[in-house]
Each structure stands twice: as structure tokens, then as C-alpha cells.
Ligand binder design. Structure first.
Ligand SMILES: [Zn+2]
Length: 123
């Protein structure tokens, strides 16, 4: 009978007394004692108002994490940009090599033509 009374009292307690916003904040951050955490949990299952408040607060909590996430994104982007730049440099050096090869080929061709005109004049 005492247990029943206790439960009834607890039910009354959880449905009528809403935790303060600070308590809800502490609950979201896991700062409450296990007993208090459980108490708030019980209350949340009964009280739509507070469970919504906790949802809002945990969304706020996630926002605190966003700067770290953004920093990671920025870092990844910088890394991507860097690797792309390295690729560009590689392409540039390949182009330079191709141009040098073409110049050498033209010089060889010019030398061959000059040799041809010297050895076969008039033809
Ligand atoms: Zn409540």
C-alpha cells in the first residue's frame, strides 16, 4: 500500500512539477545526477511541453558542435584545393615538356631542311 502511495505521489510529482529550464539544460548536457536524470526522463514521457523544450535544447546543443564540423569541412576543402593545385602544376610541367619536345622536333626538321638544300641545290 505504501508503495502504491509512493508511485501515486511520484506520478503526481512528475506530471505536475516541470523542471526549470536550467534543469532541462543540465539534463540535455548530462550534468544531472542519475536519479535526477531519471526523474526528468520520467517527466518528459508525461509532459509534452518539457519534451519539446528538451528537443529544442538538444538542437541548440548540436549548434555548439557545428563550428567544429565547419572547421573540419574547411580543412577538407583546403586539402582538396591543395591536391587540385598539385595536379594543375603537374599538368603545367607536362605541357612545358611537350612544348620543349615540339621545339626540338622543329629545330631538327629545320636542320634537315637546311642540310637538304645545301646538298641538293636547285631541287
Ligand atoms: Zn513539464
Amino acid at each position: 500500500m505504501d508503495d502504491f502511495m509512493n508511485d501515486a505521489y511520484n506520478d503526481l510529482f512528475t506530471t505536475t512539477q516541470c523542471p526549470s529550464q536550467q534543469e532541462l539544460m543540465d539534463y540535455v548536457q548530462g550534468k544531472l545526477s542519475p536519479e535526477k536524470q531519471h526523474e526528468v526522463e520520467l517527466h518528459l514521457s508525461d509532459c509534452e511541453l518539457c519534451s519539446e523544450a528538451v528537443e529544442g535544447l538538444s538542437a541548440f546543443e548540436k549548434k555548439e558542435i557545428i563550428p567544429v564540423y565547419l572547421r573540419q569541412m574547411k580543412w577538407q576543402m583546403l586539402r582538396k584545393l591543395k591536391s587540385r593545385k598539385q595536379k594543375k602544376d603537374q599538368i603545367a610541367s607536362h605541357t612545358q615538356l611537350a612544348i620543349i619536345c615540339i621545339i626540338i622536333l622543329f629545330m631538327l626538321l629545320a636542320a634537315f631542311w637546311a642540310y637538304h638544300f645545301v646538298t641538293h641545290p636547285g631541287k
